[in-house]
Design a protein around this ligand. Structure first.
Ligand SMILES: Cc1cc2nc3c(=O)[nH]c(=O)nc-3n(C[C@H](O)[C@H](O)[C@H](O)COP(=O)(O)OP(=O)(O)OC[C@H]3O[C@@H](n4cnc5c(N)ncnc54)[C@H](O)[C@@H]3O)c2cc1C
Length: 461
């Protein structure tokens, strides 16, 4: 008998360690609820994960087995279970978040010197981060090496007769959450991805930043697979193989569009690579600066940003989408992060912490890596990147469909005026939408202050 310890891989298909464990022995699947591991996780993401554990349990039952659910200290619970069924190995997929690494280490130590082997596998990513160089100055350099490594095909769900015939009556607790969550589980993930594969993927690169389309057809403009990937409800090899199959079958523009989707997945891989080699990615600047960055202590600005009341329509729409859905489209995600760290000059860790609390798709590696990239403390090909929220809106939401969806105060304002809002006079703004916020920082002053501050940190002033 072997145990398979589920962590953030809430599915039975395309789980490397599960398939390998089931090749020539019986497998008993187990999930250990460890309150400590959820301490640093936001309630929305946690709520989604626990619904995923329920869905996983259902799937095992359909297969004539069950997911054993325990709660308590992971190492002790696994040891007790291994002892009770006389297991000779524990298989699991490796995770890279520091709190999970510590837990894995505790499990390794608990079984060291016993008759039970531990068998970790790379599962979360297509390319084992340890196979590549330890650091890359830019994403394109990372991508160059990453692209060369052959990607494995998806791992099959184990045969039902390879799973232990057991039953476990534990009820999985699912906490109430303040927003509607997407349906959890591998079936729901699969259904969403199939819809995207039918049409959206063929125009992905052309339309992914069209925010109006993102409002009208949210799961077609982009895939919206991030919650499922973050909770491990679908395997990354499965996603890659399906996209690649479509890629091989088409030519020209459609092929380019699909390739862009695969390229975006490489950003996720890069963030895991960064976290693997820099466990403090969520806490410390990745780049070292000769001088300290002079972040501002701006409680009022931070609070306005969190509420979506900065007087910058695209920023506010992004923050209100976050508050209402636990998700933000990637373009406004970059704009809101840049606004906080550049125009307001608030430390990126404040923003990352707030995203952790609010995102359903919170992923420690991607959140930390992207906050650092946007704050110009991470890997980027330019020294200081500042998104101008006005020109971003004019480029990606010129007809203000996205903004008007989330900022009702602006619904009756002509689109061009919404785009230009931070540059209008106070009296014009009062005439057009008296209930909507005035800009909390001057657009040009904010930009120039950020430029000066970063140049000083870089020793260029
Ligand atoms: C400040 C900031 C914080 C972020 N925090 C997270 C986070 O906590 N969790 C998270 O999954 N993504 C995060 N992202 C990345 C990105 O915004 C989301 O992955 C994307 O918007 C999810 O929507 P989608 O699934 O429709 O993406 P699609 O456009 O359909 O892309 C498909 C998949 O590719 C991956 N991907 C795409 N862009 C990126 C990227 N820049 N970095 C990493 N992976 C990417 C994701 O897994 C995504 O699901 C963050 C970005 C920023 C700027």
């Amino acid at each position: 008998m072997r145990l398979f310890w589920h962590q953030r891989d809430l599915r039975t298909r395309d789980v490397v360690g599960l398939t390998v464990a089931a090749r020539d022995d019986t497998v008993l699947p187990v999930y250990v609820y460890d309150a400590d591991a959820f301490g640093p996780v936001g309630r929305r993401h946690y709520g989604f994960q626990m619904r995923g554990v329920r869905a996983l349990k259902r799937r095992y039952r359909e297969l004539g087995s069950d997911l054993i659910v325990r709660s308590g200290d992971t190492a002790e619970e696994l040891a007790a279970l291994a002892d009770s069924v006389d297991a000779d190995a524990v298989y699991y997929g490796e995770h890279y978040r520091p709190s999970r690494r510590d837990r894995q280490q505790a499990v390794e130590e608990r079984f060291a010197g016993t008759d039970v082997d531990t068998e970790p596998r790379t599962d979360l990513v297509l390319v084992d981060p340890g196979r590549l160089d330890a650091s890359y100055p830019t994403h394109s350099q990372f991508h160059g090496d990453w692209e060369q490594v052959p990607k494995s095909t998806p791992y099959a769900e184990p045969d039902a007769d390879a799973l232990a015939s057991v039953s476990d009556g534990t009820t999985v607790p699912v906490p109430d959450v303040d927003i509607d969550l997407p349906e959890a589980g591998n079936d729901a993930a699969r259904e969403r991805f199939d819809r995207f594969l039918d049409t959206g993927i063929y125009s992905y690169s052309d339309t992914r930043d069209d925010l109006g389309r993102a409002v009208e057809a949210p799961t077609q403009a982009v895939s919206r697979m991030s919650p499922y990937l973050a909770a491990g409800m679908i395997g990354i090899r499965e996603l890659w193989a399906d996209a690649s199959e479509r890629y091989e079958a088409v030519h020209g523009r459609e092929r380019k569009n699909i390739d862009k989707y695969r390229y975006e997945l490489s950003w996720r891989e890069h963030n895991y690579h960064l976290l693997y080699h820099n466990p403090d990615l969520g806490e410390r600047n990745y780049t070292s600066f000769p001088n300290e960055i002079q972040w501002r202590d701006d409680e009022t600005g931070l609070a306005a940003w969190k509420r979506g009341e900065t007087g910058y329509p695209l920023v506010d729409a992004g923050m209100r989408q976050l508050n209402a859905e636990g998700y933000v489209h990637n373009r406004p995600r970059q704009v809101v992060a840049s606004f906080l760290t550049k125009h307001l000059l608030v430390d990126w860790r404040e923003g990352a912490r707030h995203f952790l609390e609010q995102l359903v798709d919170h992923d420690y590696a991607s959140n930390s890596g992207n906050w650092q990239w946007t704050a110009s403390t991470g890997t980027d090909s330019v020294d200081v990147r500042i998104f101008d929220p006005v020109s971003q809106m004019s480029k990606y939401d010129a007809d203000a469909r996205y903004v008007k969806e989330y900022v009702p105060e602006l619904r009756d304002v002509p689109a061009g005026k919404v785009v230009d809002w931070p540059t209008l006079s106070r009296s014009t703004r009062d005439d057009l939408a008296p209930d909507y916020a005035d800009p909390i920082v001057d657009r040009n002053e904010g930009y120039e202050r950020a430029q000066r501050t970063f140049e000083a940190a870089l020793g260029k002033r």
